[in-house]
Design a protein around this ligand. Structure first.
Ligand SMILES: *Cc1c(COP(=O)(O)O)cnc(C)c1O
Length: 247
C-alpha cells in the first residue's frame, strides 16, 4: 500500500473502532468527534485525511501550526491546540486562526490570553486540561483545583470554556487508565451541577490511539488520535509533554 491508501485505511479502522466502542457503551457514534493529532505529520499527509472528510486537527507546537498553515489554507478544517502553551507564544498562536486551546491549565496563561484577545477583539474556545494521572511529568491542573480554576477563567469574557481535556495514564492496566477518564467525567458532572455562568461543559477530550475505547466507554466526546492514523513518530511524546520540553 502507498502512504495515501495507508492513511485512508487507518482512518477506516479508527472509524470502526469508534463505532464498536460506541455500540458497546450504548452511545451513538456521532457523539464522538475524531481529532487528528498531527504533530510531526507533514501538511501533505494531513491533507489526505482532511480530504477524506475529517475536519479537525490538533497540533502541539505553535511552530508546527505556522509551518503547515499556508499549505492547509485551501482545505477546510479547524485547528485545536493540544500542546503545552508557553505564554511567550500567545501572540503568535492567535494569528493562526486556532479555534480552541485545549490545554489551559493555569490562570496566568488564561489571563495573558485574555489580555491579548481584548486587544484584537477576538474570542476563543478553551478546554481546561486536567492532570488525572497524578504524574509529575504531565501538565494540567489537579482535579482538586479544577473548579477554582474554571471559576477564575469563566470571569474572562474573551475565553469560552467548552469542556475538559486529559491525557490518560500510560499503562497496560486498563482499570488504571479508566480511573483517569472517570475523574474527568465526574468533574464534568460536578461543574454542570454548579451551573457556573459562562461555562459550557459539553466536551470531554480524552482517549488516544491506545486507549480510545476506554475513553469512549467513559464518555469522551472527542478523541485525539495520531499514531494509529499516521504511524509512529520519531520523537518520543515526552518531548511534547514534560517540563523540559522547549519550543
Ligand atoms: C500526540 C498526542 C495525541 C495522540 O496520541 P497517539 O498515541 O499518537 O494517538 C493525543 N493527545 C495529545 C495531547 C498528544 O500530544
Amino acid at each position: 500500500m502507498n502512504d495515501d491508501s495507508n492513511i485512508l485505511h487507518n482512518l477506516q479502522v479508527i472509524q470502526q473502532r469508534i463505532n464498536n466502542a460506541c455500540k458497546k457503551a450504548n452511545r451513538n457514534s456521532n457523539e464522538v468527534t475524531l481529532l487528528l493529532a498531527t504533530k510531526t505529520v507533514s501538511a501533505e499527509r494531513i491533507g489526505i485525511a482532511l480530504k477524506a472528510g475529517y475536519t479537525l486537527i490538533g497540533e502541539n507546537k505553535v511552530q508546527e501550526i505556522k509551518s503547515k498553515f499556508e499549505a492547509l489554507t485551501t482545505i477546510p478544517h479547524q485547528t485545536h491546540f493540544i500542546g503545552h502553551l508557553q505564554t511567550n507564544k500567545i501572540k503568535d498562536i492567535l494569528t493562526y486562526n486556532v479555534a480552541c486551546i485545549q490545554t489551559v491549565d493555569r490562570i496566568a496563561l488564561a489571563e495573558k490570553l485574555h489580555q491579548r484577545l481584548l486587544l484584537t477583539q477576538q474570542k476563543i474556545d478553551v478546554f481546561i486540561q486536567v492532570n488525572t494521572s497524578a504524574e509529575e511529568s504531565k501538565f494540567g491542573v489537579t482535579p482538586e483545583k479544577t473548579i477554582d480554576l474554571i471559576k477564575q477563567v469563566a470571569a474572562l469574557e474573551t475565553l469560552q470554556i467548552k469542556g475538559l481535556m486529559t491525557i490518560g495514564l500510560f499503562s497496560a492496566e486498563a482499570e488504571k487508565v479508566r480511573s483517569c477518564f472517570k475523574i474527568l467525567k465526574n468533574l464534568q458532572q460536578e461543574i454542570i451541577q454548579q451551573n457556573i455562568s459562562n461555562v459550557i461543559m459539553q466536551e470531554l477530550s480524552m482517549g488516544m490511539s491506545g486507549d480510545m475505547e476506554i475513553a469512549i466507554e467513559e464518555g469522551a466526546t472527542m478523541i485525539r488520535v495520531g499514531t494509529a492514523i499516521f504511524g509512529e513518530r520519531i520523537y518520543p511524546d515526552s518531548y511534547y509533554w514534560n517540563e523540559q520540553a522547549k519550543e
